[in-house]
Write a protein that binds this ligand. Structure first.
Ligand code: SAM
Length: 327
């Protein structure tokens, strides 16, 4: 099953995601590529564990979805987003039995190591999402990244590494076969949380799109009688304290039905980016409602609330008078 970000809860639970098999172990695979690992690995268990797979490539998502469906793996959820966002916002504390990372992108160029997944902050996050006795398994062909991950795990202060042999299924992935054909081997390590007590890494502030209309981020305002935008200049706002969010208003579209406009915005909060639509709707009482649209399955974050504020602010700049701010 494919889940969009807005289909999850923040945090979510195995009981909600796998209602038929909540008691089974829970495995997360990061960067599953074309999905070859899981059918092989799941077959080594008497009953397939619950599976959550995260990828940033949409093409891989579709290929893996077909493969898991053909393998009859019904308790498997695939999603397209950066792994960091899923683990931070969706995975509950002490929720997972296993995190699997096979052949992560090595980002080999000098100055690009910040793009690597397995840095100390991710190890801290992973440690706080693993159950006691849980582990993160890394298999990679890349000598330098392997040593880098061992060093970062140690620097995290919460993970210890035990190098060893990879699970057989990790040597059946697309990249494993590619490196094997070139005569290259693979490194493997099992990272387990240390017994030292450490504070769990908190979840963010994400919320699902609310059921109740009044809880959706919105504003009410009165537009000047002359308001009829013929031009819209793309513009950017950043949060003032630190760089928590950046909102780029990209465009404004006139609605053919019902009157009003729709603003398209790009919202960036760390690894999380969302494209959202903000409706600007003319109401019968003469007021105008500015509200986050449900289209596209947005989740509510500080940046998304701020986007409603940025659109409202832009309308104020065009002469609107705000009577209510609900964001
Ligand atoms: C080198 S490929 C390995 C794919 C697969 N594991 C295999 O062994 O064939 C790395 C994969 O990680 C995915 N990826 C990279 N960064 C990611 C991130 N932050 N979150 C989720 N997936 C990511 C890439 O899209 C790519 O499919």
């Amino acid at each position: 099953m494919i889940f969009r970000l807005g289909d999850f809860r923040f945090p979510d639970s195995a009981a909600r995601l796998y209602p038929d098999t909540p008691e089974r172990p829970w495995v997360l695979e990061v960067g599953f590529g074309d999905g070859r690992f899981w059918p092989h690995h799941a077959a080594t268990f008497p009953e397939a564990p619950n599976y959550l797979g995260v990828e940033i490539s949409g093409t891989s998502l579709l290929k893996a979805h077909r493969r898991l469906k053909d393998a009859g793996l019904h308790n498997a959820i695939l999603t397209k987003m950066p792994a960091d966002v899923l683990v931070r916002e969706v995975v509950p504390h002490a929720g997972l039995d296993l995190i699997v990372v096979n052949f992560p992108d090595p980002w080999p160029k000098a100055g690009h190591t910040d793009h690597r997944l397995l840095r100390a902050p991710f190890f801290r996050l992973a440690a706080s999402r693993l159950k006691p006795g849980g582990a993160l398994l890394l298999t990679t062909d890349h000598d330098e990244y392997f040593q880098f991950a061992l060093d970062e795990a140690q620097a995290s202060g919460v993970m210890q590494a035990t190098p060893g042999g990879p699970p057989a299924a990790a040597l059946e992935t697309k990249y494993a076969l590619k490196w094997r054909d070139l005569g290259l081997g693979a490194h493997h390590a099992r990272f387990t949380p240390t017994l030292t007590l450490h504070a769990p890494v908190p979840h963010g502030d994400a919320q699902p799109y609310p059921e109740e209309p009044h809880a959706v981020p919105h504003a009410i305002l009165t537009l000047p009688p002359t308001f009829a935008p013929t031009d819209f200049e793309k513009y950017t706002r950043r949060s003032e304290r630190g760089a928590q969010w950046t909102v780029v208003l990209l465009d404004l579209y006139g609605r053919l039905r019902g009157g009003g406009w729709v603003a398209l915005a790009h919202v960036v909060e760390g690894e999380l980016t969302q494209e959202v639509l903000i409706g600007i709707t003319l109401r019968e009482d003469g007021s105008t409602l500015v509200r986050l649209a449900k289209f596209g399955g947005p989740i509510i974050t500080a940046g998304v609330k701020a986007t409603v504020g940025v659109v409202t602010e832009w309308l104020e700049g065009q002469g609107a008078t705000v009577t209510h701010r609900g964001y």
